[in-house]
Design a protein around this ligand. Sequence first.
Ligand code: NGS
Length: 376
Amino acid sequence: MFSFQSKKIYLFMFLGIQLVVIALFSREAYKKSVTYFIHILRKDNASIPTGRNQTSTAVVANGGDVYANLSRLSKAHSQGENLTYCPKTSPLIGGRINVRIHSNFTMQEVQRKNPLVVRGGRYRPPDCEARHRTAIIIPHRDREHHLKVLLYFLHPFLQRQQLNYGFYVIHQAGNYTYNKAKLMNVGFREAMKDEDWDCLFFHDVDLIPEDNRNTYVCDANPKHVSVAIDKFGYELPYNQVFGGVTALSPLHYLKMNGFPNNYWGWGGEDDDIGDRVSLAGMSISRPSLKVGRYKMIKHKLDKGNNANTKRFNLLRKTRQTWKQDGMNTVESRVISREYHPLYTNITVDVGTKAGLPPPPPPPKAATMADQIQHHG
Ligand code: NGS
């Protein structure tokens, strides 16, 4: 098509243009005008009225505030009947979050900062139909201070991901030795009564996610999410680790018969759960170390949660016990279910190693003599 001569001409023209551009760039005045032009463009962008499309630029920049521009979401509130699905990737997802742990704020302030969260800690995107329904299950006892910090960071974090979500705090009643895995079994059972959740995040109360690209949705396999914790130098501490933050679909959960009920005290239950994943024929999926980053809130060992000396023995037997002990045998008594503004609190008696105590006697029926006295 082109002769050799014309190709040469084009080549020279191209090189000539390159030279002119380089010369222009090297001139200080030109540089200044480019900077000025960019500045004007940025200013224009900032003054565009806020609307749904603009929120797409309102992302958390690296090291950003997880609440940055989140209030724009509430302004875009619309309660239309026929909402279209949210985009596959939320345009609100930011990158790295600046997690500076302090607690100079009240729960009411967290509430004020999250005006679209409704009773029981439930949220759905105001302007599109969420593609995912995620329940956050938090086993808990005497950690109100950590809970406040977690809610402060996690509510906006999940709103940016355009999820339909709900928070469940599963509070162990009494002072008997703590049983985290059993509390999580209760959490699963109670959360599934409310909604057809398609993913459950089992979440330690002291782990704060540091990257908004860590999406709180389930994978094809059970997901170990908190892969890079500051306490472990942002590295996986060991290969089979399955504690901290994990994500399972109801199907995953039932396939592995949930979690063990017989780990009382600290340690081992998460390793048992990890073993269950492979015993049930599944494998562990994980986000990258870059994205699955967490800060752990520093604290002392909890009262009533001493290291479980039986854990190594129990772990040796998981292969024989997992089908007999788990979701199919969880015994507990729900004492109360309270709908707080930022979470649903379920207080539960999980009993002791000896089992569940007999139920309290029903309120005494008034005797005839009582009634006569009362009416007399
Ligand atoms: C393992 C424990 C796990 C525990 C993990 C990290 O050794 O339960 O350390 O603990 N397994 C056994 O003891 C068998 S941490 O340093 O985060 O407190 O989760």
